[in-house]
Design a protein around this ligand. Structure first.
Ligand SMILES: [Zn+2]
Ligand SMILES: [Zn+2]
Length: 206
């Protein structure tokens, strides 16, 4: 199934171009006889459902539901491969999948458990995995001195030696140290944090 209009020359010869009816993008193939091009423009590659214009950009080649299925499979795979750590043996930020709050990031296991407990349904249940992933907090103010020192607009073939390199390096180190608390959080899929059963069974102690 294709939503493409193939373009032909006035004499009826095929070109290597086609137009997508949905998004209006002109697609080209490597050669005139190929149909490989654009077959899936604005269509899900998996189930062939039409992806409305705009959404295709978000989900690449898959529709919402195929994307979710793939994401779920990928997550299951990640979980299976991950080292499993009981939550009382882990200290640090965590990421909880499929969670709308703060994109799923929590300062620590305790905050996540508080959140889960606050969001139990009336039967005292909470839908969601019984695990979170560890998060590595990484200082992102990192300056590559070598890159700075290689980035001068010196005259061609000009031989020179820089003075004060050590001073620059020390200054950069001090600067990095002052900003070391600025951190980015990277999900560490190699470590899964197993949450206590009590939360997901909903039998929360008062
Ligand atoms: Zn399209
Ligand atoms: Zn699909």
């Amino acid at each position: 199934m294709s939503n493409l209009i193939r373009l032909f020359l006035p004499d009826g010869k095929p070109t290597r171009f086609a137009l997508c009816k949905e998004c209006g993008t002109l697609k080209s193939a490597d050669d005139v006889n190929s149909t490989a091009f654009a077959e899936y423009c604005c269509h899900c590659e998996e189930c062939e459902a039409l992806i409305p214009t705009g959404k295709a950009k978000w989900y690449g080649r898959w529709c919402d539901s195929c994307w979710s299925i793939r994401a779920a499979e990928k997550e299951k795979e990640r979980f299976q491969k991950a080292e499993k750590i009981q939550s009382d043996g882990y200290h640090g930020p965590v990421w909880y999948p499929h969670c709308g709050y703060n994109d799923g990031f929590f300062d620590d296991v305790e905050s996540l458990l508080d959140y889960l407990q606050d969001n139990l349904d009336e039967d005292g249940h909470k839908e969601g995995p019984r695990y979170a992933f560890a998060v590595n907090a990484i200082s992102f103010v990192q300056i590559d001195c070598r890159a700075i020192l290689e980035n001068f607009d010196e005259p061609d073939d000009f031989d020179y030696e820089l003075d004060g390199v050590q001073d620059l390096e020390s200054a950069v180190e001090a600067f990095e140290a002052k900003n070391a608390e600025l951190k980015r959080w990277d999900v560490d899929y190699s470590r899964a944090i197993i949450l206590p059963e009590i939360v997901l069974e909903g039998e929360v102690e008062q």
